[in-house]
Design a binder for this molecule. Structure first.
Ligand SMILES: [Mg+2]
Length: 422
């Protein structure tokens, strides 16, 4: 029988902030989305105050002040680096690991003896906390879906010490009965309503539901969900995620931007970033789609346009991507339109290792890839954007930069922002 564990970091963004600012312990904390728009992470204390996920921050201001809530902008450099540390620590204990999201990993424990699993899980909780400062919950079960159910209970009930194992039938039934059907992996809002109308309120109810009815409404994924909940594995560990279909970089601006220079600087930066993302994954793109839109709430004057650029050969060269993006944008740009969102999407991705050279190529591929390697090496060791392209703008501050007015320092990724103890 297979055995999976799901390791889930508790209130991850908030926990990252607390590692470097222990005064936040016990205090309500929220972390905001891009442009400080709405709450995307909450500490347990903030949840208890009734602050909901996705609540726009301007509706919360009075309440945040009244309860002395600590408010932070998203610090992606910090969260990404802390996530890497957690994953590295887990990988040293269990080699079969699938990174599912920034704060969740699946581990395949099938090769461990059943008797050793409880001790292993407790060690994971303690070691991750000691090595990184991040508290985690561990759920164990014969399928990924059951491991996720178990992790939910481990988080909800501190008396379990951060670990919940639903391998045994008795515990599994109790766990399923205690889990709201809307919280089951893959159910989602729409199906939750459909199921509850039919009296299926818990995960346990779902395992007893009519299979034909579930398949009719939820399709093959519904059938798989039932099997997974009853202990039959349908989803294997995906240790090597499939090759990506696309790479995208886009931003929504805090307010509309009309100025062409600002917009081309922003787009040039996104192209640079997209090229970097491609290289990091060992990929090249054959096509780039550039798109831009005005504020979608201003219906009468709504403007959306997109242009596709096809490269002579698949590429991950930043200067080629920038050139393509800027020429496409010249056809999209219109004066007097306040642009609210701008982005690009790279498609037709191929692996660098499957490169086919053109007979008459205008780009010196060997030279270009050496240059890109050098740029990545410098930026990798000395900090982001030490080397960049002039078209992405040299002056600061920039109107198009995403607003992060309450961001904590990049404690772990920038030398000049190291935590000082005085
Ligand atoms: Mg989490």
């Amino acid at each position: 029988m297979s055995r999976f564990a799901l390791v889930d970091c508790n209130n991850f963004y908030v926990s990252c902030e607390r590692v470097f600012n222990p005064a936040l312990e016990g205090r309500p904390v929220v972390v905001l989305s891009n442009n400080d728009g709405c709450a995307v992470a909450r500490s347990n204390e903030a949840k208890a105050l009734g602050i909901t996920m996705g609540a726009p921050v301007f509706t919360l201001e009075a309440e945040l002040r009244r309860h002395n809530v600590a408010v932070y902008s998203s610090n992606y450099a910090l969260y990404g680096d802390m996530s890497r540390r957690v994953i590295t620590t887990l990988g040293q204990m269990v080699p079969d690991l699938e990174v599912y999201s920034i704060d969740e990993s699946f581990l395949d424990l099938t090769s461990f003896r059943k008797a050793d699993v409880p001790e292993l899980c407790r060690t994971m909780v303690v070691t991750v906390k000691r090595n990184t400062g991040i508290p985690v919950s561990v759920g164990v079960g014969p399928t990924k879906t059951l491991a996720k159910v178990a992790a939910g209970l481990a988080k909800k009930h501190p008396c379990l010490g951060g670990v919940c194992d639903v391998t045994d039938a008795v515990w599994r039934e109790r766990a399923l009965a205690a889990t709201d059907v809307g919280k089951v992996w893959g159910v989602g809002r729409r199906y939750e309503r459909f199921l509850k109308v039919r009296g299926i309120n818990t995960a346990l109810d779902l395992t007893r539901a009519d299979g034909a009815m579930i398949q009719k409404r939820m399709g093959v994924n519904g059938t798989r969900l039932l099997s997974e909940l009853t202990g039959t594995r349908c989803y294997p560990l995906e240790a090597n995620p499939p090759v990506k279909k696309g790479v995208g970089v886009s931003r929504t601006f805090a307010s509309g931007i009309e100025e062409q220079t600002a917009l081309t600087e922003a787009l040039s930066t996104y192209a640079e970033r997209a090229a970097e993302k491609l290289r990091k994954e060992g990929l090249r793109a054959g096509i780039m789609e550039v798109y831009a839109m005005s504020n979608r709430f201003h219906r009468q004057n709504f403007y959306y346009n997109t242009k596709t650029v096809r490269f002579p050969a698949p590429t991950s060269d930043a200067s080629e991507l920038i050139k393509g993006a800027l020429s496409a944008f010249e056809e999209i740009y219109k004066e007097d339109i306040p642009f609210k969102k701008l982005g690009l999407h790279m498609r037709e991705l191929t692996l660098e290792s499957q490169e086919q050279r053109l007979l008459f190529d205008t780009v010196d591929r060997t030279r270009s890839s050496a240059l890109m390697k050098a740029v990545d090496a410098v930026n990798g060791t000395m900090g982001k954007r030490i080397l960049g392209y002039a078209s992405s703008g040299l002056s600061d501050p920039k109107t198009w930069r995403t607003r992060f007015n309450h961001k904590s320092p990049s404690y772990t990724t920038r030398w000049d922002e190291l935590l000082r103890v005085s």
